[in-house]
Design a protein around this ligand. Structure first.
Ligand code: ADP
Length: 473
């Protein structure tokens, strides 16, 4: 069993400043860290950008010895976190397919030493299945050097969530093999069903041994808005006009700043749309670049890097869902959804890439019934291909919830999101959505925008219009 490692509150504050270079804790960070240091199991659900990683990194650093094992689904997130930790002087490492044989051997040697120096070890859930790695964990456990397991993006564990990944489901053995080692599950997007699944599958104990932190998923600096459109809506013109307006205002306010320095994201469903929209925006003098899975790796990397660095000509990325996981750019001022996304969680995560610096950001979703029918048809087609599983059912349900969210012109958008994720505290919107600002004009806009195309939707619902249509990443 792990050794007792005493840590005082003073140590927490000093580490926050000296290692993580932050002045104070945010939201529930301190409570989570204290619970972790008391050796409790923790479930943490909080909005993207709250600073969830600090809540397991700090306890790992502040302990006098021992390893914290972090299970993460995405190589790029692992790479970013390890890089940042190493830069801050923390001994962190990752075990994945990108490291060399020598690096791997070195990490294994360190783990076998009896007193490992690595404080945070990032691994994929698949690696956790391998007997070799399990044996290493058993060994450090015996030495009393296994401090904690962290399951990041824990919603991947549940077939009711999005991004379900089979290997996550097998992580229950943390509790069966190492009952005294605390587990921390972390996610930004889980509704009640997914939450229950995470607790059940990881075999987390009942409270008070398990401490649940459900911080609000609402991000009140994001301004949510739905624009109702139909085939006759000149979407591109509207967006160009809006962007030019923003540029102009910024130009007059900040005399020496490049007028186009407004960073944003536009999400589309197809690669071709990304290419077209980016090209049209460029023709209008707006620095936009496409991003999707079919681009060469170096193109994707260039686009991402230049956008992250606010390079001229790279103000806006027009992307499929392939873009964004693990991206943390502070000054994203708008996230547009050119078309209706496929899932509520996906929408929430993509929109959540705006306003990470805490300043306001516009999140506009362009909603048409044509996209509703097309996407709905594709999703139900996919779901009907095989026996219904929890995963396929949840995809349908998530899409239906998103449609309901768009069609509803009466409920505050922040509240609707909060309801979907089953938050305990209601959000404070303060006019940060179209409905709270002026619900009558939203209802009117919906009537105007959608009326013209209603007649055709019965035809579309049959799906015959969409044969051969696919979604890209
Ligand atoms: P999450 O995982 O919740 O989306 P991250 O852990 O990636 O968020 O943190 C988001 C950003 O917030 C990072 O840039 C991080 O450095 C910053 N951050 C975290 N905690 C604090 C804090 N207490 N004070 C200031 N910045 C913080």
């Amino acid at each position: 069993p792990p050794k007792r490692k005493f840590t005082s509150t003073a140590d927490i504050d000093v580490t926050l400043r000296q290692v993580f270079k932050k002045d104070s804790f945010r939201s529930v960070q301190r409570q989570v860290i204290e619970a972790a240091l008391e050796g409790r199991d923790v479930y943490l659900q909080a909005s993207t950008g709250m600073g969830k990683s600090l809540t397991f990194q700090l306890p790992a650093v502040v302990a006098s010895s021992g390893v914290t094992v972090v299970i993460s689904p995405l190589l790029s997130i692992m790479a970013n976190q390890v890089e940042a930790l190493v830069a801050a002087g923390v001994k962190a490492a990752k075990l994945d397919s990108t490291i060399s044989r020598e690096e791997r051997a070195e990490i294994f040697k360190d783990l076998e030493s009896g007193r490992p120096t690595v404080r945070l070890l990032y691994v994929t859930p698949e690696l956790c299945e391998t007997p070799g790695f399990r044996a290493k964990l058993k060994w450090i456990y015996k030495q009393g050097e296994l401090n904690r397991f962290v399951v990041d993006e824990a919603h991947c564990i549940s077939e009711w969530g999005h991004d379900f990944r089979g290997a996550f489901k097998k992580l229950y053995w943390f509790k069966t093999e190492f009952p005294t080692v605390p587990v921390m599950a972390v996610t930004a997007t889980a509704n009640k069903r997914v939450r229950d699944d995470i607790v059940k599958i990881l075999r987390l104990p009942p409270a008070p041994k398990l401490q649940m932190f459900l911080s609000s998923t609402s991000r009140t600096n994001l301004h949510y808005e739905i624009r109702y459109t139909n085939q006759d809506t000149p979407l591109l013109d509207n967006v160009i006009q809006w962007l030019k307006g923003v540029y102009k205002r910024r130009k007059s306010r900040v005399p020496n700043e490049r007028p186009t320095a407004v960073s944003g994201l536009i999400y589309c469903q197809r690669r071709q749309t990304c290419e077209e929209v980016a090209k049209d925006l460029r023709s209008a003098g707006i620095g936009a670049r496409p991003y999707h899975a079919a681009l060469e790796n170096h193109e994707k990397a260039d686009t991402t890097t230049n956008w992250l660095l606010d390079k001229p000509g790279y103000d806006i990325i027009v992307a499929t869902t392939a873009f964004g996981m693990g991206i943390d750019k502070p000054n994203v001022r708008f996230v547009f959804h050119w078309e209706l996304p496929k899932s509520f969680e996906g929408y929430y995560q993509e929109a959540g890439r705006g306003g990470r610096d805490g300043n306001s950001a516009r999140c506009i979703l362009f909603y048409s019934r044509e996209a509703r029918d097309r996407t709905g048809w594709l999703i139900s087609k996919e779901a009907s291909k095989s026996e219904p599983t929890a995963e396929s059912q949840s995809k349908v349900a998530s899409f239906q919830a998103l449609v309901k969210y768009c069609e509803d012109t009466n409920t505050c958008r922040h509240r609707a999101i909060s309801n979907y994720f089953g938050d305990t505290e209601p959000p404070v919107c303060d006019y940060a959505c179209d409905v709270c600002k002026d619900r009558n004009s939203v209802a009117q806009a919906k009537r105007n925008g959608l009326a013209a195309e209603e007649w055709i939707s019965t035809q579309r619902e049959s799906g015959s219009l969409y044969n051969g249509y696919v979604y890209d990443d």
